[in-house]
Design a protein around this ligand. Structure first.
Ligand code: NAD
Ligand code: ZN
Length: 366
């Protein structure tokens, strides 16, 4: 079992990674001396696949356990599902403060974390991510939230968990597209901070798709470590440190928004395209070598991520990009790679240059 200690000024917690890590939940709960009811929030897919495994993992808990399942899609991050879930928790726990255990992908993690941040002005939460994307990204860092029709994640709060428990056993059931989705973020970590991870992926990516436990554990550890160390320095995303995690996300978000979130390109696929576009900008600005640019492109391709968005219009992507919230004083901001393992933040990238790289990776449709 691998462990990362996250040290925030007012609290510390562990990220525990490995096969069978779910059994550590009871130790975390007894470690904080929590004796009240435990509410396990999951989604219907995860419950159908892992209901027995989860029950077994929680068998040694002396606490009363209440299971709640939410829909297995972004729809669960709605005000309606938020309210329905909170009401079920209120009815089931009455006067007792519960502890929430979120077992699922980023959707379950974001919804459950937001419930934990707000129910009774805050109750403890343990994050148990079951997708690669959630394991390397959304479960770490304390950002939680739900969507409204106007935009994703518009309502939210920071809520740090008591622990993040990443059990690689869950990842075994992931469909290939979900692995590819997570690989978008994994490659991002290699490019922004860890050339060793990038090299490891260049040589061992097949092991991830073979669902090799050791490969999962290595990749999850390296990525979680980067995210944890960045979050330690900038817990509330207020110091311009977390921004490097946005590599590939400025134009990636535009691709994701232009494709309508659910039925087009998923987050990882969009970030993959966004990373290619950012690398294209860096290449043209002369701050990234052709060789490193091509290494990024090759790895993105070998991860099964698209090199070209064939179903989108350039205008739509450019429109979505203009609405991006990350403009500062009217200037756009990009995280651009300067080598494998290093990025810089540049402001005021010319619109023509942006359009040129978008054109390269988006095929216009009539
Ligand atoms: N809070 C953050 O910092 C942060 C960061 C990145 C993304 N996010 C959020 O994360 C969400 C996306 O997360 P996601 O990609 O994990 O999506 P998801 O939670 O919708 O999971 C994807 C699909 O995989 C299924 N699934 C989950 N675990 C499985 C398993 N082990 N085996 C088989 N199927 C499984 C789910 O039921 C779902 O259908 C978005 O809402 C996004 O906004 C949050
Ligand atoms: Zn992301």
């Amino acid at each position: 079992m691998r462990k990362i200690k996250v040290d925030l000024k007012r609290l510390k917690y562990d990220i525990i990674i490995g096969k069978g890590a779910i059994s550590r939940i009871s130790g975390v709960i007894s470690g904080i001396g929590f004796k009240g009811p435990v509410v396990v929030i999951s989604d219907r897919n995860v419950r159908a696949l892992f209901g027995k495994y989860i029950s077994k993992g929680l068998l040694s808990l002396p606490n009363r356990v209440i299971n709640i399942d939410v829909p297995a899609s972004e729809r669960a991050k709605s005000i309606d599902v938020f309210q329905a879930t909170i009401r079920r928790i209120a009815k089931a726990t009455r006067k007792h403060k519960p502890l929430i255990v979120a077992i699922g992908g980023g959707v379950v993690g974001d919804l459950s974390g937001f419930i934990a941040a707000t129910f009774r002005r805050g109750v403890p939460v343990i994050q148990v991510p079951t997708t690669l994307l959630a394991g390397v990204d959304s479960s770490i860092g304390g950002k939680t939230g739900i969507d409204i029709p106007e935009a994703k994640n518009l309502i939210g709060a920071f809520k740090q968990p008591e622990a993040v428990i990443v059990d690689t056993e869950f990842l075994k059931a992931l469909p290939e597209r979900q692995l590819v989705n997570g690989m978008g973020e994994v490659i991002k970590y290699g490019v922004i901070k860890n050339p060793g991870l990038f090299r490891y992926l260049e040589h061992n990516i097949a092991k991830i798709f073979r669902k090799d436990d050791a490969a999962f554990a290595r990749v999850l550890y390296d990525c979680a470590l980067i995210k944890a160390r960045i979050v330690e320095k900038d817990e509330f995303d207020a110091k311009d440190i977390r921004i490097i995690l946005n590599f590939g996300h400025t134009l990636g978000h535009a691709v994701e928004a232009a494709s309508g979130y659910s039925d087009g390109y998923n987050h990882g696929e969009s970030v993959g395209l966004g990373m290619l576009m950012a690398s294209g900008i860096a290449l043209r600005l002369g701050i990234l070598t052709q060789r490193d640019h091509d290494r990024i492109k090759d790895l993105v391709k070998r991860a099964g991520l698209p090199l070209l968005a064939g179903r989108l219009a350039v205008q739509k992507v450019m429109g979505a990009y203009s609405h991006d919230k990350k403009f500062v004083k009217g200037l756009n901001r990009f995280v651009l790679p300067v080598r494998i393992g290093g990025v810089v933040v540049r402001e005021g990238i010319s619109e023509n240059l942006i359009k040129a790289v978008v054109r390269e990776h988006v095929r216009e449709q009539n």
